[in-house]
Design a protein around this ligand. Structure first.
Ligand code: FEO
Length: 396
């Protein structure tokens, strides 16, 4: 019933998850997420990846709709993260003769997660499995997003099963291929997915993309989100851009404020940025907006200003969380600035600067700390920071 043929002999058998609140226990899923799996039918049948364990029963039923009583011959494991490997045991129980196909790094993970150590065919980079009438070629793409990750290329139809690369949040709303839907809602979720899940591994994403230079690809089938066909170019370009930490002109003002005084600095800076001609300005209250949305905007725009009050003689917890997330992702190629505040011994501006000093970013102005509430000198500091930032992000 929910089966989609992507192209001749290649089927989508993934599932939607509209129930889980947080992906990886961390990242909100307002529009859900899909766990994608595919069947490639030649004389022999291969299943590419599985789905989250919670949906094993639904998944098995979908597979049976395609293959009927005949067995599955191969289960290709492109990625072992449990949102994709979670149904391995269920598949193995139903099709005990199938061969699991993975690379040398996959083997230990299958054993450690699922206690499976037999019936595994280990493939190396460039190896090909003949399904009879069609073939699957394996390309090792480590750290996109785990060490064992690989991609599988179906050579006859030109279909790339890309693992997490080119994926996005958002369950599939009826259609599966981009040509069947309005994809507008998926692109903001691609920024958020990339920023939160893949961003640390940009160098590896770039290397993986380079592996397919000149290769004819008609469909990109990732583990999450739509199958890309009409918009392959746009999606690959966006992933390449993000992998290089390249960004559009714009400024994110990410702040925390306990009683609204520090917020006045953020609002003043935003207004001054606008007065200086910056059109893309995103102001986020870190105590309200989930970090995942803030990170997505930081990946998108080339300027960032961070501010918050002094708390326990140190950073405000939500500000500290943001800075730690940026460090964890090796943020680079950004213009940055910061500000702080406090009542009797403000140190947060200086402390935020010290955290930013550890990243490959360019600080555009000295930090400043406000005492208690906004005064003429603070407004002047906001003006200076905004004007300097504006000229940098707009390359004036
Ligand atoms: Fe959707 Fe890295 O797994």
């Amino acid at each position: 019933m929910n089966i989609h043929e992507i192209c001749n002999g290649i089927y989508y058998v993934g599932v939607n998850d509209r129930t889980t609140h947080r992906f990886e226990g961390l990242w909100p899923l307002p529009q859900g997420v899909s766990y994608n799996s595919y069947i490639v039918k030649g004389e022999r049948v291969a299943l590419i990846d599985t789905v989250h364990i919670a949906q094993s029963a639904k998944f098995l039923a979908r597979i049976e709709e395609i293959v009927g009583d005949r067995p599955i011959d191969y289960l290709v494991i492109n990625h072992m993260e449990p949102d994709h490997s979670g149904s391995i045991q269920a598949i193995k129980a139903k099709y005990p003769q199938l061969k699991i196909v993975g690379n040398s790094k996959t083997v230990a993970m299958i054993n450690n997660y699922y206690g499976i150590s037999d019936g595994i065919e280990v493939v190396a980079d460039g190896d090909v499995i003949d399904l009879g009438g069609r073939s699957l070629k394996f390309v090792l793409t480590p750290m996109v997003h785990w060490p064992e990750t690989m991609m599988t290329y179906e050579e006859q139809e030109g279909v790339l099963f890309s693992g997490d690369a080119f994926g996005c949040f958002g369950a599939l709303n009826g259609g599966v291929i981009d040509s069947q839907m309005d994809t507008a809602e998926y692109f903001p979720e691609m920024y958020r997915y990339y920023s939160n899940i893949v961003a640390k591994y940009g160098t590896f994403v770039e290397k993986a993309i380079a592996r397919f230079d000149g290769v004819k690809i008609n469909y990109v089938c990732s583990t999450h989100g739509p199958v890309w066909h009409d918009e392959i170019g746009r999606v690959v370009d966006l992933y390449s851009l993000l992998a290089r930490f390249e960004a559009e002109p714009g400024v994110v003002v990410a702040y925390a404020s306990m009683y609204g005084n520090t917020e006045e600095l953020a609002e003043t800076i935003a207004a001054e940025l606008s007065r200086n001609g910056v059109r893309n300005i995103r102001v986020h209250n870190l105590s309200k907006t989930h970090l995942s949305f803030v990170l997505a905007d930081i990946m998108r725009y080339n300027g960032l200003i961070v501010g918050g009050p002094t708390y326990n003689n140190s950073l405000f917890p939500e500000v500290e969380r943001l800075l730690s997330a940026l460090k964890g992702r090796d943020l680079k190629n950004r213009y940055v600035g910061c500000f702080g505040s406090g009542t009797w011994a403000p140190v947060s501006g200086k402390n935020i600067k010290a955290c930013l000093d550890c990243m490959k970013v360019e600080q555009v102005a000295e930090p400043f700390d406000m005492k208690c509430s906004i005064a003429a000198g603070d407004i002047e500091n906001c003006r200076t920071l905004a004007a300097t930032m504006a000229s940098k992000v707009m390359n004036l």
